[in-house]
Each structure stands twice: as structure tokens, then as C-alpha cells.
Design a protein around this ligand. Structure first.
Ligand code: NAD
Length: 441
């Protein structure tokens, strides 16, 4: 494992012309870089990545598997170290867009990332106590003992430097059920996502909480608003590098800042702005075997933490640079879940150089920042549709009924006309079949 970490740490994520190579060559290149065995490379083919037997062990009522394309986003550089970023996603243009933006953000040390400690929150709902103030005071006076009791449940976690750290009491004096207390057990879950660790702890504390408060415990479950476990990514681009046909660098940078401000003030825009960032985050999380629903829920709740739903990223101009920051609650793990059982996920972790949970979360945040930059850069200039539809073109052509060599001929003609609707695809297919569009040698 150490050898893999070393060789992955010294590799480059610059992969010029990667997108033009046949899929087998791309895989071979990544296999050579990450030192994958033939067996490990073979997990990326549909038939061997996940057997139906494994699917049956993972979920109930399984009838098979559901494959997604897996790609590599190139050009990522985090804190001075290059990184190939695997992404599993069905939407065209996510991999191209994040690779392009990562290239803009890679100068110097590249994207700078940091994280808080991996603290997750477990909640215990308490009802029907005789007196709110007395119940609160009783829990607060026993908080240390309750934390110590939680740690007796998972001594191995404590040995690893984690474990329960704090117990807080939150009160809701006036609910539809009368007064309610919600206890927060804060647990350092180290390299785990932490849901099962936390749920076991809060469930076992419940009887003692009932005894101490004289009340009744109902829910005992982690909170997916993991606002104590944040990953942050900050990227810089020289404004001059943003220039493109018809636009100066200053105009593009200003457009990006204007888009950022709109997403900060308008929840209707913030939702779409954040969806764009989550395109990169989720595609990476799926490939890395993470519970992306948990992280999605956490990110959107975090986006609304001051009472209004806002953007998860901010862009500003700083001298000659455009600077972007994204901060996300990041409940990821490299132990537990499917990280050690899913054949493809295991090889993805090898390509990543076996990161710890903190590094994995920071790669996710960097993927979100790059994807966000790509999206708002396109929106703030020519609009997103031209690039997106050009990428989507192959799907439209496939739906028109084109087969074999016809596909490339119809795609080429639609790109020439810059029209990507189904009706035009059908017309062009008929023209191809009538011999109107020949392959250019
Ligand atoms: P898990 O249940 O597999 O527990 C992790 C285990 O790994 C623990 O026993 C821990 O002691 C051990 N471990 C070994 N090395 C470790 C290290 N370096 N750091 C930390 N622990 C180490 O995994 P989990 O992370 O507790 O739970 C994750 C799973 O729970 C995911 O599959 C998730 O989908 C699911 N889940 C999520 C929710 C939710 O998000 N609301 C609710 C329930 C379950």
C-alpha cells in the first residue's frame, strides 16, 4: 500500500489528448500510472465489476446491477500534489468540464484544501420529562459520564484517536408535543463515515438518558447536517487565463463574480448553482463508494444554515486573480460502507493512492469547486447549451436510430450545423443513408 501511495503521490494528472484516445488506451494509461494489475483493470468492464451475487449480498430484493460510465477527470492538483479524479456519472460534459476547470486551477500548488476534525453528531430526542430546566441541568451535570459511557462501546475507535468528545443539550420549549430536548453527542469517527458507529452509541445511551431526565427517548440517530466535519477548497486563476473568443479575462471574471452574487442572494439560483457543484462532488463520491445521499442532504442543509438557502461557493476578484472557495459538510469514509467490498470502489481507492477520509473529502470539495467554476464560466459567457449539447449529441444521435459508422457521420454534421435536436438528427440520418454525407478521410 505504501508503494502505491508513493507512486500515486508522484504522478501527474496532466493527460493531454486523453479524451481523444480509445477507451482501452485510457484505461491502460491509468493502470500503468496507478500500478493496477490486469485483474484490477478488468473490474472496469461491466461483466466483472460487480457480480449479481455481490449485489444480492448488498441490498434486499436485488435483481441485478445498474452500470454507470466511469471516467477520469484530469488536471487536478491539490496542495501541490496531482491527483486523478475518478467520476461515475451518466450526464455528458461533467468530466470534460471539471478537467477543463481543474486545468485553470492547477497553477502553483493548485487547489488548496483543508478540513476540520472528523466530528459527526448523534441526536437523542427526549420528551415527556417533568421539568425542562431540571432535565437540562441533570443531563449537563452527567454529560462527561455519558461521553465516557459512549466510549466504552467502541474502545477501538478511542485507541485510534477518535471517540465521543462532547455532549450538548439543545432545547425546543414549545413544540406540537410540548417541551423537547435534543441531545447532541459529538463523535470523532476518524476514517469512517460514522453512521453506524454513532447510531450504536446513541441507541445505547438512551436508557440512561431516560433515567437521568425522567423523560422518554424517541429518536436516536446521527444527523446528516455534519457541520462539524467540513472540507474546504480554495482555488485561484489568473484573470488573464480566463480570456476566450469574444471575451476578455476581466469580462469573464466579472461575469463569474456576478453569477456568484446572484446565487448568494436568490435561492432559486442557489439551488441550480449548487446542483452544478454537486455534479462534480457526487460523481466522485459515487465512484469512491460513498453515501452520496447523506452528503447531498448535509450540503443542502448547510447551504441554508443562516435561514436562507444560499450558494455553497463564493467567487471574488483579488488583484490579478479570480478566487473561489467552497465549504462542504463531508461525511465520507475509507472504512465501512462498501469501501472494502465493492470491486470497482476498491480499485478507485488504489487509483487515488489509498487516501484517508479527510483527503477523500477534500478531493470531493475540489471536484465541486472545479465543476462550479466550469458551469458558471460557461453561463456567464456563451451560455451552457452549446458545449453541453455538443457533448449530448451522441445520445441524441443514438436515439435517432443511427448505427455503426452512421453515428459519427450524423454527429459530425450536427456539430457542423450546431443544431442538436432530435428532428434534425433524424433528417441528417436520412441524408446519411441517402449518401449525402461521406466520411472525411
Ligand atoms: P461501519 O458500520 O462499517 O463502521 C465502521 C467500522 O470500522 C467501525 O466498527 C470502526 O470501529 C471500524 N474502523 C476500522 N478502522 C477505522 C478507522 N481508521 N477509523 C474509524 N473507524 C474504523 O461504517 P460507518 O461509517 O459507521 O457507517 C457507514 C454506513 O452507514 C454507510 O453504508 C451509510 O450508508 C450507512 N448509514 C447511513 C445513515 C445516514 O446517513 N443517515 C444511516 C444509517 C446507515
Amino acid at each position: 500500500m505504501d508503494e502505491v501511495k508513493e507512486s500515486v503521490a508522484s504522478m501527474t494528472s496532466r493527460l493531454p489528448g486523453f479524451y481523444k484516445r480509445p477507451i482501452a488506451e485510457r484505461l491502460q494509461l491509468v493502470a500503468d500510472m496507478a500500478g493496477l494489475t490486469t485483474e484490477e483493470s478488468e473490474v472496469f468492464s461491466v461483466s466483472s465489476g460487480l457480480s449479481s451475487g455481490e449485489a444480492d449480498r448488498m441490498v434486499e430484493n436485488a435483481i441485478g446491477i445498474f452500470p454507470l460510465p466511469l471516467g477520469i477527470a484530469a488536471n487536478f492538483r491539490l496542495n501541490g500534489q496531482d491527483c486523478l479524479v475518478p467520476m461515475a456519472v451518466e450526464e455528458p460534459s461533467v468530466l470534460a468540464a471539471s478537467s477543463n476547470a481543474a486545468n485553470l486551477l492547477r497553477d502553483g500548488e493548485g487547489i488548496r484544501t483543508s478540513s476540520t476534525e472528523p466530528i459527526m453528531i448523534g441526536q437523542i430526542q427526549v420528551l415527556d420529562f417533568p421539568d425542562l430546566d431540571a432535565a437540562r441541568a441533570a443531563i449537563e451535570s452527567q454529560a462527561e459520564a455519558l461521553v465516557a459511557a459512549s466510549n466504552r462501546i467502541n474502545p477501538r475507535l478511542v485507541e485510534r484517536g477518535g471517540g465521543a468528545k462532547r455532549l450538548l443539550v439543545r432545547e425546543f420549549p414549545d413544540t406540537a408535543l410540548g417541551p423537547m430536548l435534543v441531545l447532541h453527542l459529538e463523535v470523532d469517527v476518524r476514517d469512517a463515515m460514522g453512521a453506524n458507529i454513532i447510531n450504536t452509541m446513541v441507541e445505547s445511551l438512551a436508557p440512561e438518558v431516560e433515567r437521568i431526565t425522567g423523560g422518554r427517548v424517541r429518536l436516536r440517530i446521527l444527523s446528516n447536517l455534519a457541520d462539524k466535519r467540513l472540507a474546504r477548497a480554495e482555488g485561484r486563476v489568473k484573470i488573464a487565463r480566463l480570456a476566450r473568443a469574444g471575451w476578455t479575462g476581466e469580462e469573464v471574471a466579472q461575469g463569474i463574480v456576478e453569477a456568484s452574487v446572484m446565487a448568494d442572494v436568490d435561492p432559486y439560483r442557489a439551488a441550480t448553482h449548487n446542483k452544478g457543484a454537486m455534479n462534480g462532488v457526487d460523481a466522485f463520491l459515487v465512484a469512491a463508494g460513498q453515501d452520496w445521499r447523506a452528503i447531498e442532504a448535509g450540503c443542502h442543509a448547510y447551504a441554508a444554515r443562516d435561514g436562507r438557502y444560499r450558494s455553497l461557493s463564493r467567487w471574488r476578484i483579488d488583484g490579478e486573480d479570480l478566487v473561489g472557495v467552497i465549504e462542504l459538510p463531508m461525511q465520507v469514509g475509507v472504512v465501512g460502507g462498501v469501501t472494502k467490498t465493492h470491486a470497482v470502489v476498491k480499485v478507485v481507492h488504489k487509483i487515488l493512492g489509498f487516501p484517508n477520509a479527510t483527503r477523500l473529502g477534500e478531493i470531493a470539495a475540489a471536484a465541486g469547486l472545479a465543476q462550479n467554476l466550469a458551469a458558471i464560466m460557461a453561463l456567464a459567457t456563451e451560455g451552457i447549451q452549446r458545449g453541453h449539447m455538443s457533448m449530448h449529441c451522441r445520445n441524441v444521435v443514438a436515439e435517432s436510430g443511427a448505427v455503426g459508422d452512421e453515428v459519427e457521420l450524423v454527429v459530425a454534421e450536427l456539430r457542423r450545423r450546431q443544431t442538436y435536436d432530435h428532428a434534425t438528427a433524424s433528417v441528417v440520418l436520412a441524408e446519411v443513408r441517402a449518401g449525402c454525407h461521406q466520411k472525411v478521410a
